[in-house]
Design a binder for this molecule. Structure first.
Ligand code: CMP
Length: 482
């Protein structure tokens, strides 16, 4: 407490004492007159308290105030002197207990003096129900009170110590131990109040203020860095840091040969444990700079990768065998050798479409064809603004060949009917197939001619399949330069 505040308190105390003493003196002096006045006013009414009782109660009240001020003065003198002479700083809890006990004794003396007819002992002992009610109401308060007394008696920690309390691990510096709670200030500058009765039941970790408390800080190095050198460099760097005690040399040791490097811990002792967060950070900083100067390296996560070389098709599909199998089951590719089908599978690109999604849009240019790998598609043309389904294609069927083989725009819309996976085969892959299998072109031209007929409405369909296929065949040959 600062000096002006003490002076203010003293002035206030003396003024209050003077007023209280004066009031008590005056009341005492004029008590007989006031009594007569009261008796005259109240008459002989039996129901109202007697003038004597009222005068006694007011006297007790005034004496109580004077007594309280007297006890406070006694408290100040007694504990102030103890601190001045013996440097004993009594805890607040002890001061409060002293005040309560001294005041209660004074009050009881005043009561028996002012009301000699009332037997206080009988009043308390006969009122059992009152005792039970009071006991229940004060259960927690008394629990805290007695736990507080036991904390003061045991003195497991003191103001200024760093403690960690209970399962919630509240950590902070003890600021006060009152009759109700322990007050700690956390390292986030929050105040936490822990009821004495709770603290008495919980485990408490204490780092006493005058004690050399230790901390551990972890770091790591590459496997190529020498442990002897690392230990020396870190020990020298840490022992110089602020708040690291010079009384004990820091210990640096290997704690694990880890996945990424060699794991170390440095154990150091602090002058002021309450500053351990800052000191930990400083120690880490010192280690970083020391590493820089000594050419040591922190380890970082490393992994050994085994690379497996895969073919282009497999890499894209991740399921090369199934694709080759699918293509070999397609009618038009039946004449291909196993090797040619595998090459075609490697060139194929897999796409997945959601139900209702458009795979091919009529009128757009196209340079690839598709095979339905999984699912179903619908081939549709627009007639009078309404879609007409020309065909439904299932797994193993192909589409998109018309634009690919003739260079013309797409002739129809193709939509996925369910979740559908298609294999896309491009122009260059098909050219290779045609080069080695010229007969394939002919069988394809027949299929395409049939499909063209299906596209045209009944009325418009005039050309025969054989006529159309001849024209298609020459168109394909021209387009592919066969
Ligand atoms: P393309 O014209 O490239 O794009 C639309 C595709 O729909 C077309 O190739 C054919 O593969 C396909 N197609 C058009 N008409 C039919 C049909 N009648 N039956 C099956 N598929 C067809």
């Amino acid at each position: 407490m600062t000096r002006p505040r003490i002076t203010n308190k003293l002035i206030l105390f003396f003024v209050a004492s003077a007023i209280a003493l004066l009031a008590t003196y005056l009341f005492w002096s004029f008590a007989p007159e006031i009594k007569v006045l009261l008796e005259h006013r109240m008459g002989s009414n039996n129901a109202s308290p007697s003038a004597n009782t009222i005068i006694g109660a007011i006297k007790l009240f005034l004496v109580g105030i004077v007594g309280y001020l007297f006890v406070r003065a006694l408290n100040f003198l007694f504990f102030g002197l103890a601190f001045r002479l013996k440097r004993i700083d009594a805890p607040k809890l002890i001061r409060n207990i002293f005040t309560i006990v001294a005041f209660t004794i004074l009050f009881l003396i005043a009561f028996t003096f002012l009301f000699p007819g009332v037997n206080l002992g009988a009043l308390f002992t006969t009122s059992a129900i009152f005792g039970v009610i009071l006991g229940l109401a004060l259960q927690d308060t008394l629990g805290n009170f007695f736990a507080g007394i036991s904390l003061q008696a045991d003195r497991p920690f003191q103001v200024g110590d760093v403690i960690t309390v209970g399962a919630q691990r509240h950590t902070g510096v003890v600021e006060e131990i009152s009759w109700r709670a322990i007050k700690i200030r956390t390292f986030q500058n929050h105040i936490v109040l822990i009821a004495n009765s709770n603290a008495a039941k919980e485990p408490i970790e204490v780092c006493p203020r005058g004690n050399l408390n230790a901390r551990l800080v972890f770091f790591n190095t590459l496997y190529t860095d020498s442990p002897a050198k690392t230990i020396h460099v870190v020990r020298e760097a840490v022992r110089e840091a602020d708040n690291v005690s010079s009384k004990v040399t820091p210990i640096v040791r290997i704690r694990n040969l880890g996945d990424n490097g060699v794991d170390y811990e440095v154990k150091y002792w602090l002058e002021d444990y309450a500053k351990y967060n800052d000191t930990d950070a400083l120690v880490r900083q010192r280690i970083w700079y020391a590493f820089r100067r000594a050419g040591l390296n922190f380890a970082f996560p490393t992994r050994t990768l085994h690379l497996e070389r895969r073919t282009a098709g497999e890499a894209r599909d991740g399921d090369g065998g199934a694709i080759t199998e699918r293509l070999s089951a397609v009618d038009i590719f039946a004449p291909l050798s196993a090797e040619e089908t595998t090459l075609l599978a490697q060139a194929a690109v897999r796409h997945v479409f959601a139900p209702g999604e458009t795979v091919i849009r009529a009128g757009e240019p196209g340079s690839s064809m598709f095979v339905v790998h999984k699912g179903r598609v619908s081939v549709q043309v627009s007639e009078n603004g309404r879609p007409r389904t020309v065909a439904t294609l299932n797994e193993g069927d192909f589409f998109g060949e018309m634009a690919l083989f003739t260079g013309e725009p797409r002739t129809a819309n193709v939509l996925a009917l369910e979740e559908t996976e298609v294999l896309e085969i491009g122009h260059s892959a098909m050219k290779k197939v045609f080069d080695s299998n010229p007969d394939l072109v002919e069988s394809l031209s027949f299929i395409m001619a049939e499909r063209r007929q299906g596209l045209a409405s009944q009325a418009d369909s005039t050309a025969t399949t054989s006529e159309s296929s001849a024209g298609i065949l020459s168109a394909i040959k021209r387009f592919f330069g066969l």
